[in-house]
Design a protein. Sequence first.
Length: 233
Amino acid sequence: MLNLLVATRQRTEAEREARLEAAPAVAVAMLLQIVVAVTSSVEGWTTWRFGWWIWLIPLAAEGAFFVLSTWHRPHQALVEMGIRREVGIGLLALASASNGLLVFTVIASLVSGQETSGAHLLLKGSAVWLTNVILFGLWFWLFDRGGPVSRLGADPPPPDFQFPQMENPDLAAPGWRPHFLDYMYVSFTNSIAFSPTDAMPLNRWAKMLMLVEASLSAMVILLVAARAVNIFK
């Protein structure tokens, strides 16, 4: 009975973190993509060979992830079937692949010389970059030490990210553990500095994820910024 109560408390805390921290971040990504789609439709802008609708492709996976993070009933149903984590990872993989497609189309549009509006280019570049930050933050959050539920256990797996509070527990609050916002900060700084600045990756998967994120971010920031400056000139 005690183990059941502890497990229930762990799931409840993980659900609260997903609802109050992860879900709002996903909502921001969805809002950005809707803004770009609506603006492209109104102004008649295209992205490489595609119309405004391409920006709505990631919304299916992101919307489903948002629902699972905020609505208790489908979340609980998947928990009872024992596939909640697997479904979340699958939806996140689909959202990441969709955003990867958007990154490709933005870069292809740049290379082909189709981008003539600096404001539109900055809007599209900002959307794919910030979505990239949010999605990789979610990857870090879902995989570190087996995920948010596993991290709350009495004997969690070894850490995949070494946060400063782990190295200096005297400087941290009692019982400190990383939340989604901590992983978002790691993702944001990695996308800006192209290297870890807060938490150090310890496992190969964490290093590879940070490498992929930094590479995508570098391409988006450098290419979009350079072209936008030329257009505004």
